[in-house]
Design a protein around this ligand. Structure first.
Ligand code: G3I
Length: 359
């Protein structure tokens, strides 16, 4: 894909046209009157508003020096290891922990003044095989030991943990997995309490996808959060992953949805943002993608307790999308050649600078 540089006025007109065309998907999009300087890193723009702009990363890309020079070059002030803090890597054999690769990523972030999010402690996927093979009466002890050991290891270095990832089905029922099968939905409170005991200063999150707008899954997360807080469970935030696609419409209720969680006294964050499209890339799909990026970042900026936005890696070169969604791609602000896409980058910069908008 070749990045295009359009005159800004033309780009804004195109975006406005798409905003009008997407009636019912996104309303009242306020496009910025003036462009933010592309020379200013996204991190600096976010920090000026008390937020972070972050990215995920992973081991394969860290040997790519062109990649790492962008990663550590000031565009990002938050880092999320995309894989290496997951159970399959940190405790591949019961009781045998290996934090070498995770340490490398966490320390890289800290060395470049990035806040580090811990992803993730309890998840049905990318588990070590031995966990799913455990007799159910041993799962709770294994989960608690895993959380205590991992959180303690990173105490003071990881500012926020996705303690439980993706606990819900699309209809808002609890996902059946080794943890809920053994402990019922109470595993979530137990996981949060265990993490809090290991690092009382870490911010503890629940994280999920398809909860960006209101709906059964988001409502289930809201009701769970409310119930946990009422029981005094140490829950500090909700992560909205933000894996969007131009062909599925924009979750128009996003800002209001973030706000209702914030009104419970929780932090919120966009934790895994990308906007994919069916290939080939076209100017129309790019314009829709720009609009979605703008709307997501604007939704975060409109909610005081939205702590920041994290893209799920920053370059198409290392995106998870082509492997998981064959025929789709081009989801991130930098292309496969590690060249910044002005149309995506500028719209993010604009949204970070603009007055809060309503989506
Ligand atoms: O570790 C093995 C390696 O030994 C093997 O040689 C190689 C061969 O393909 O695979 C490696 O495992 C891969 C793993 O990432 C680590 O690199 C898996 O194949 C691959 O499927 C896995 O994909 C990850 C995916 O989670 C798994 O669900 C993506 O990189 C990661 O970006 C993605 O991240 C998730 C978030 O954690 C939760 N939200 C959704 C998001 C996207 O799926």
């Amino acid at each position: 894909m070749t990045p295009r540089t359009r005159p800004r006025r033309r780009r804004s007109a195109l975006l406005a046209g798409f905003a009008a065309a997407l009636t019912g998907l996104a309303t009242a999009v306020v496009l910025p009157a003036s462009s933010a300087s592309a020379a200013t890193g996204l991190a600096a723009l976010a920090a000026a508003k008390g937020r972070f702009f972050g990215t995920a990363t992973d081991q394969p890309e860290l040997s790519d020096t062109q990649y790492t020079s962008i990663l550590t070059g000031g565009e990002f002030n938050q880092l999320t290891p995309g894989n290496r803090l997951k159970w399959q890597f940190t405790e591949p054999v019961q009781g045998q922990f290996d934090f070498a690769e995770a340490d490398r990523e966490v320390n890289l972030g800290l060395a470049h003044r990035m806040k580090v999010r811990g992803h993730t402690l309890v998840w049905h996927s990318q588990l070590a095989g031995w966990v799913t093979a455990l007799p159910s009466d041993q799962v709770q002890a294994a989960m608690e030991h895993h959380i205590t050991t991992e959180v303690s290891h990173f105490k003071g270095r990881v500012f926020a943990w996705d303690v439980v990832n993706e606990p819900f089905n699309e209809d808002g029922t609890f996902r059946a997995d080794v943890f809920s099968n053994a402990m019922g939905s109470g595993y979530i409170a137990d996981a949060l309490r265990t993490a809090h005991a290991a690092d009382p200063r870490a911010k503890l999150y629940l994280n999920d996808y398809n909860i960006e707008g209101t709906g059964p899954k988001s409502d289930a997360m809201y009701n769970l959060a409310k119930s946990l807080l009422a029981q005094g469970v140490p829950l500090n935030g909700i992560g909205f992953q933000g894996h969007l696609a131009v062909q599925y419409g924009f979750p128009a209720t996003m800002a209001a949805n973030l706000q209702r969680f914030a009104d419970l006294g929780l932090d919120v964050g966009i934790t895994e943002l990308d906007v994919r499209m069916p290939l080939p890339e076209t100017a129309e799909k790019d314009a829709t993608q720009d609009l979605y990026y703008h709307n997501v970042v604007s939704a975060c900026m409109a909610v005081r307790r939205c702590v920041g936005v994290t893209v799920w890696d920053f370059t198409d070169k290392y995106s998870w999308i082509p492997a998981f969604f064959p025929g789709q791609g081009a989801p991130l602000p930098w292309d496969e050649n590690l060249v910044k896409k002005p149309h995506v980058y500028d719209t993010i910069a604009d949204a970070l600078c603009a007055r809060p908008t309503t989506t």
